[in-house]
Each structure stands twice: as structure tokens, then as C-alpha cells.
Design a protein around this ligand. Structure first.
Ligand code: URA
Length: 209
């Protein structure tokens, strides 16, 4: 309950610093997000269950470890979630993917849904929700509300940066969903941006404004 894991790995922290720098290019930002995602994926999947299978190496038969159970689902909160999704899929290419389209109403900062597509058997899978910025937590809460309505039970949330206010709101609604993040920043500003943060993750990934 209310679990938060900060991934302090030196490579994650180094790459995050370059991403925060406003002089980093769009291409550089996107590449780094993909690279960090693989490292976050490594941590969020650390305790996946293994079983054994019998294989033949060129020299001998052996029982070797293999992932047990059904494939993962990565659920990307559009559009910035797709940056993390790419790196996750680099590491777990057989995972299923859900897309949840939400945008932030700039006046109310609430999440408005415009798209939802997910595999049917969410109840049998581990669902890893990806969204780089846990700011107000409105989008993350809305995304997980929808996934739970569709049957998801075992859910983890991965972001790059989290605001303390976002974490407490998120766990106020979904205390059962562990959060994995590369950093907990200082605060939110009055426009709902994370300070010091890295700006708008979607704009920085896609070169929009
Ligand atoms: N979304 C972003 O992309 N950046 C923030 O700082 C907050 C929400």
C-alpha cells in the first residue's frame, strides 16, 4: 500500500539531468526517454515470477528459467506515455499494449478522455501504466480508474518525475498501485507543472509548443 520506489541508478540520474536541461534537443530528449524507460522497466519487472522449461543447449539438456504466466500489458497514457512505452517494449517485446487518450483541460487541469483501447483479459495480466509526469495526478488517476473498470487488478505505475502533491493524490485514490519514478521533485506550480521538472514532456518529445 502507498508504495513509492525512487530509482536512483546512476545511469538513470545522469540521463535525467540531460533531459531536464532546456538546451537538450528534441531528438536527444526522445532517445534518452527511451533509454531511461528500459532501466525503469528493469526495476518494475524485478520481481516477476519465473518457472522452468526444458531446453537443449548445443552441449546438454537443462531446465532453464523462463517467465511464468501471461504476458505483461503496458498501458500508455497518450501522448507522452508513448516515449516510455518504446523503451519498455525494447525490453519486453512480447508485451501487450493498451492506449489511453487523455488530455489536460488547461483551465480545470482535469483529465478528459478521448480514446481507450486495451486487451480483453486485463484481469489476468500485470498492467504497467506509463506516463512520464505524475503532476496533479489527474490523468494517472483517470487512466487507472478506466483500467480497473475494464478488469485490471494488478497494476503498477511508472513515471519519470513525480510531484509530492501528485503522489499523495494518486495514493489517496489508488493506494494499491505502486509508483516507480526516477525522481520526486520539489512541488507543482500554479499551472500544474512540476518544479524544477523538465517542462512539458510531450512538447519536448515531439518538438511542439
Ligand atoms: N506534464 C508535463 O508534461 N510536465 C509537467 O511539468 C507537468 C505535467
Amino acid at each position: 500500500m502507498n508504495s513509492v520506489t525512487v530509482i536512483n541508478h546512476p545511469l538513470v540520474q545522469h540521463k535525467l539531468t540531460i533531459m531536464r536541461d532546456k538546451h537538450t534537443s528534441t531528438a536527444g530528449f526522445r532517445q534518452l526517454l527511451r533509454e531511461i524507460a528500459t532501466l525503469l522497466c528493469y526495476e518494475v519487472t524485478r520481481d516477476l515470477e519465473l518457472t522452468t522449461t526444458t531446453i537443449e543447449t548445443p552441449l546438454a539438456e537443462m531446465k532453464a528459467p523462463t517467465l511464468a504466466g501471461k504476458k505483461l500489458v503496458f498501458a500508455s497514457v497518450l501522448r507522452a506515455g508513448n516515449g516510455l512505452l518504446e523503451g519498455m517494449l525494447d525490453l519486453v517485446p512480447a508485451a501487450r499494449v493498451a492506449h489511453i487518450g487523455l488530455y489536460r483541460d488547461p483551465k480545470t487541469l482535469t483529465a478528459v478522455e478521448y480514446y481507450f483501447k486495451a486487451p480483453d483479459d486485463l484481469d489476468e495480466r500485470l498492467t504497467v501504466v506509463v506516463d512520464p509526469m505524475l503532476a496533479t495526478a489527474n490523468s494517472a488517476i483517470a487512466a487507472i480508474d478506466r483500467l480497473k473498470e475494464r478488469g485490471a487488478k494488478d497494476i503498477r505505475f511508472v513515471c519519470l518525475l513525480a510531484a509530492p502533491e501528485g503522489i499523495s493524490r494518486f495514493h489517496g485514490t489508488h493506494p494499491d498501485v505502486p509508483v516507480f519514478t526516477a525522481s520526486i521533485d520539489k512541488q507543482l506550480n500554479d499551472k500544474g507543472y512540476i518544479i524544477p521538472g523538465l517542462g512539458d514532456a510531450g512538447d519536448r518529445m515531439y518538438g511542439t509548443k
